[in-house]
Design a protein around this ligand. Structure first.
Ligand SMILES: O=C(CO)[C@H](O)[C@H](O)COP(=O)(O)O
Ligand SMILES: [Fe+2]
Length: 220
């Protein structure tokens, strides 16, 4: 399975987002962290900015919605042109209905789990989603350390996806770098979000290629 690298523009220069999206043209998706100051204690950007990013990005957008009430707000990100929309399991009131709505609007549907949220209660969602996002840091901020305690959950998610026979991607987000990406890939992740590791590199395309190479030798 090829490894996908989705740089997070949380670590880009917010005064130069079009330029910094251009810098990751060799990536698979651009990961856009939407935070509402309620679900997480941080505030980033919302729909008006996301709509413009979708118009200028050289790569498809992967929206990670760290917001309350995604049932109400997430479909608009699909309508704005997101290729993938991921909402948090802890925040959604009707995750099946929401995932179906996102797919109906033409987006891939993803469900995200905080580090402390187990995957088992959400395995019934597998036929309804295209991706499970296992957060490998507490959501809210970039630049945190990868939590190794999430590796068993990645393994369980990969095992359940394998048993289901469905093509559900497993994304990891938070603290992903050259030091941690192989562990995450070994455990079963195939989509890798990296913010500070990519945008903090001197050679951004080189870092994307290096991460992809490291992960690809370990994906199942
Ligand atoms: O969702 C996120 C934080 O909530 C970010 O996508 C994530 O933290 C990426 O940043 P880094 O690679 O620097 O950890
Ligand atoms: Fe994210």
């Amino acid at each position: 399975m090829p490894a996908l690298i989705n740089p997070s523009i949380l670590s880009a220069d917010f005064a130069n987002l079009e330029r910094d999206l251009g810098a990751i043209a060799t990536a698979d998706y651009a990961h856009v962290d939407v935070m509402d100051n309620h679900f997480v204690p941080n505030l980033t950007l919302g729909l008006p900015i996301f709509e413009r990013l979708a118009q200028v990005s050289p790569v498809p957008l992967d929206a990670h919605l760290m917001i309350d009430d995604p049932d109400r707000w997430a479909p608009a990100y699909a309508e704005a042109g997101a290729a993938s929309v991921t909402f948090h399991a802890e925040a959604a009131a009707a995750p099946v209905r929401l995932a179906r709505e996102l797919r109906r609007l033409g987006a891939r549907a993803g469900v995200a789990l905080r580090p402390a949220t187990p995957v088992e209660p959400f395995l019934d969602l597998l036929p309804e989603v295209d991706m499970i996002l296992v957060m490998t840091v507490e959501p809210g901020f970039g630049g945190q350390s990868f939590i190794d305690g999430t590796l068993p959950k990645i393994r369980r998610a990969r095992q359940a996806v394998g048993e289901s026979g469905l093509d559900v991607w497993i994304q990891v987000d938070g603290g992903v770098s050259r030091d941690t990406i192989e562990r995450a890939a070994d455990a079963g992740a195939n989509v890798f979000v990296a913010g500070s590791a990519v945008y903090g590199a001197d050679d951004v395309p080189g870092e994307i290629a290096a991460l992809r190479d490291l992960a690809s030798t370990h994906t199942h």
